[in-house]
Write a protein that binds this ligand. Structure first.
Ligand code: HEC
Length: 131
């Protein structure tokens, strides 16, 4: 009799804990996942001529455009050059720092913001179009 009472208590405690957790989810719905994404839209169509060029010109052209010599001959200031780097995987690998150290871009600088990485990734995944 004593044993059954104890088990009942345990079951009630679990049930109570379950209710508390459910209420917490309702009061704070997905608080931790919505905060960092605020102001970052990577779901609409990303354009080469707008989002991609904006990011590359701000963070990459200093070494990878025109007569700049800092980029070891890699150019990222024309659609065809960016598209080929997108399609062979080196562009995303470089900005996500997933390849060898010497390919972590921007070289010697701070990593792109998560939002900007998301935008470039989204453009690449959609086919790296000249849009
Ligand atoms: C300070 C100069 C500098 C900046 C800024 C810079 N890069 Fe680079 N980048 C280099 C150099 C140097 C290499 C050649 C690295 C090597 O092969 O050792 C390189 C190589 C690359 C490569 C080829 C990597 C590979 O797979 O071999 C890509 C792609 C690239 N950069 C993209 C970018 C992007 C995108 C940005 C901006 C977010 C950027 N770089 C900013 C200097 C720079």
């Amino acid at each position: 009799m004593k044993k059954i009472g104890g088990m009942l208590l345990v079951v009630i405690m679990f049930a109570a804990a379950g209710c508390y957790y459910d209420k917490g989810e309702l009061v704070y719905p997905r608080a931790s996942t919505t905060t960092p994404a605020t102001g970052c839209d990577t779901t609409s169509v990303m354009r080469y001529s707008v989002e991609v060029v904006n990011i590359l010109s701000a963070r990459c052209y200093s070494c990878h455009s025109g007569t700049a010599s800092g980029g070891a001959g890699f150019k990222l200031d024309t659609y065809s050059s960016v598209m080929s780097m997108a399609n062979n995987g080196r562009l995303v690998r470089a900005i996500t720092h997933t390849g060898p150290q010497n390919t972590h871009m921007p070289l010697g600088g701070s990593k792109l913001a998560d939002c900007d990485i998301g935008k470039i990734r989204s453009w690449v995944r959609s086919g790296a179009l000249n849009n």
